[in-house]
Design a binder for this molecule. Structure first.
Ligand SMILES: Nc1ncnc2c1ncn2[C@@H]1O[C@H](COP(=O)(O)OP(=O)(O)OP(=O)(O)O)[C@@H](O)[C@H]1O
Ligand SMILES: [Mg+2]
Length: 599
């Protein structure tokens, strides 16, 4: 029995329809959603030419009869709603009757379908404005085959990104659908190669299935140790997996929100997530989050944006409080449990991260500290010996802060280098200063033809979603210039086979790759940011750390190198590298007679 009807003008004029085929990934999203609406449990996707040459989606869903196949490419033809009020009780992704029509307007399309019990199938083809149809084999389910995307609007091809980048977006669409639908089997072949094969998770325990699917999509590196949240509130069911404080990647790229299985980009939800982590989130770290929210269909509006990527909640404040509260509670619980657990201690954060944090009493040697009270003067302060002075005058082009002669006085907390500078006091943050020096050195190397690279004896594996792997591979030329070599590895990951010569720690390589993914997601400043972010991170990891004991010679070397930097006053992340109190300032502070007064 045919079920597709044409919407009346009164209905379709109130629906947020419009552009649905911006790029191969947006049409793939529509086709997968149609397959899910048809209750499919298995969806096979195959593309060639990054989705522009051809894109095929086959499902085992309920299929269509011959009359519906003939109608499905028509505008405003849908089986999903009949009246505008139906939107208040929507249980499907589709509601506009627009997607197949819009795809057929910019590509050659064939839809082949058969219902389960039916003896024949039917096929309709739209090509260059001509629509033909006829019988087809009775294979239950639907296949949509799209060829020559934008063949009649070639200008739109120019708006697409590189093939690698389009392939990454295609994989990301499949990953999203897979995360929200753990019971559905997905396979994905790209240019003849199998990229994804996700078997259905159908243990009967939805949260378990969700957890398994998240691990299959994100890879073990990102998915292990996530905290589970599974709560039912009046009108809302929340299932989430989120990072604990001590295990977060450095990329914001692994945060997924779904409302009734729709992937949504929601400022409210992401702000709620970050609010829960508050200021205890280690700097530069970003939570992984996969959130499946289920609401009554009348508690939100999906009819906001033609791409269906946004929803409007009836009650923003309530959604915010629920998400933020549940995540905060899960984090608190995980934290409280930590000291009494008998499981092996988690790997400590690499030293570099600890070093970024300000020194605390517990990680600095107590005996070196002036603890106050009764005339106690720590030994090192009594014994400061004055060192040889440096050049008497600043070389041409030296920065304003460089006020010789400098005389090294000593190190404080193994973090700050103290100098006398032309009668004043000058303090360097040794880590920030070293970072800046390395950063500029590396930028110099990159600008003059590529950074020195060093092959790794054993490649570092990095588990990532397939879309992120594609995104990184797509930029491999640019990465090569910075000193990295990367290759696809296995089902879910990358092998990093060479790194910039300045840089060597395996854990840090993973972090860098996450940073790179973040830089890639900013299309406008991509090249610039990639260079800056990666270079700054390499410099940070390779630089002298706080708590490294530096000798006099090294202190002078660092000062000299900083003087030759273009901008030595701050580290590449913008943190201050130096402080000074010049001679006049000192005199003024001690209220010396004749001190230069405040201007
Ligand atoms: N894979 C499929 N299996 C079964 N029926 C399908 C499939 N794809 C499309 N259809 C039928 O074709 C109709 C038109 O699909 P189309 O995607 O154009 O519109 P829609 O899903 O109803 O709304 P929207 O434009 O919001 O996606 C659907 O309503 C559905 O009845
Ligand atoms: Mg649809």
């Amino acid at each position: 029995m045919p079920i597709i009807q044409r919407l009346s003008e009164e209905v379709f004029s109130r629906i947020a329809a419009g552009e649905v085929v911006e790029r191969p990934a947006s049409l793939l999203k529509e086709l997968i959603e149609n397959s899910l609406d048809a209750h499919s449990t298995s969806i096979d996707i195959e593309i060639f030419g990054a989705g522009k040459t051809s894109l095929r989606v086959s499902d085992n869903g309920v299929g269509m009869d011959a009359d519906d196949v003939k109608l499905c490419l028509e505008r405003h033809a849908t089986s999903k709603i009949a009246a505008f009020e139906d939107l208040d009780n929507l249980h499907t992704f589709g509601f506009r009757g627009e997607a197949l029509y819009a795809i057929a307007a910019v590509a050659k399309v064939t839809v082949t379908s058969a219902q389960k019990e039916s003896k024949t199938g039917w096929r309709v083809t739209s090509e260059k404005g001509r629509i033909t149809d006829g019988p087809a084999p009775a294979v239950a389910g639907t296949t949509v085959f799209v060829r020559d995307l934008f063949y009649n609007t070639p200008a739109r091809l120019e708006f697409l990104k590189s093939d690698g980048s389009e392939r990454s977006k295609l994989a990301a669409v499949i990953e999203e659908a897979a995360l929200a639908n753990p019971g559905v089997r997905f396979t994905y072949k790209s240019e003849g190669r199998q990229v994804l094969r996700l078997e259905p998770e159908d243990s009967g325990d939805f949260f378990h299935d969700f957890d398994m699917r998240v691990a299959a999509v994100l890879g073990d590196d990102l998915a292990s140790g996530l905290l589970p949240i599974d709560v039912e509130r009046p009108g809302v069911r929340v299932r989430m997996l989120v990072s604990p404080f001590d295990k977060m990647p450095s990329s914001r790229g692994f945060q997924y929100f779904f409302v009734n299985k729709r992937p949504v980009a929601s400022k409210i939800l992401s702000t709620a997530l970050y609010k829960a982590y508050g200021d205890q989130r280690p700097s530069g770290k970003q939570p992984v989050c996969v959130a499946l929210l289920e609401l009554n269909p009348d508690a939100f509006d999906a009819n906001v944006h033609p791409g269906k990527r946004e929803v409007r909640f009836k009650d923003d404040g309530e959604m915010f409080e629920i998400v933020s509260g549940l995540v905060a509670a899960a984090l608190a619980k995980a934290k409280a449990a930590a000291p009494i657990t008998l499981a092996p201690m988690p790997e400590p954060e690499p030293a570099s991260v600890v070093a970024d944090a300000p020194a605390t009493a517990s990680n600095a040697p107590a005996s070196d500290h002036y603890l106050g009270g009764r005339g106690f003067i720590p030994e090192p302060f009594k014994q400061i010996k004055l060192s040889a002075s440096m050049a008497m005058s600043a070389p041409d082009g030296a920065p304003a802060w460089y006020t010789p002669p400098f005389r090294y006085v000593g190190q404080i907390e193994r973090s700050y280098l103290l100098f006398e500078a032309n009668g004043g006091l000058f303090i360097l943050d040794q880590h920030a200063a070293a970072e800046r020096v390395l950063y500029e050195k590396l930028l110099g190397e990159i600008e003059t033809g590529g950074a020195k690279s060093q092959k790794l004896m054993i490649p570092v594996p990095v588990d990532l979603p397939a879309s992120a792997v594609r995104a990184v591979l797509d930029k491999s030329d640019r990465l090569h210039k910075i000193g990295f070599e990367v290759a696809a590895f296995g089902k879910n990951g990358l092998h990093v086979t060479a790194v910039p010569a300045l840089f060597y720690q395996a854990d840090d390589v993973k972090k860098l790759i996450h940073r790179i993914i973040d830089s890639l997601s900013d299309p406008v400043h991509e090249a610039e940011r990639l260079r800056h972010d990666v270079t700054a991170t390499i410099a940070c990891k390779a630089a002298v750390k706080s708590h490294d004991r530096l000798g006099e010679e090294e202190a002078y070397k660092l000062l000299d190198a900083l003087r030759d930097c273009k901008d030595g006053s701050a580290c590449p992340h913008g943190r201050r590298a130096m402080l000074s109190l010049n001679r006049d300032e000192l005199a003024r502070r001690f209220q010396r007679p004749g001190a230069v007064p405040l201007a």
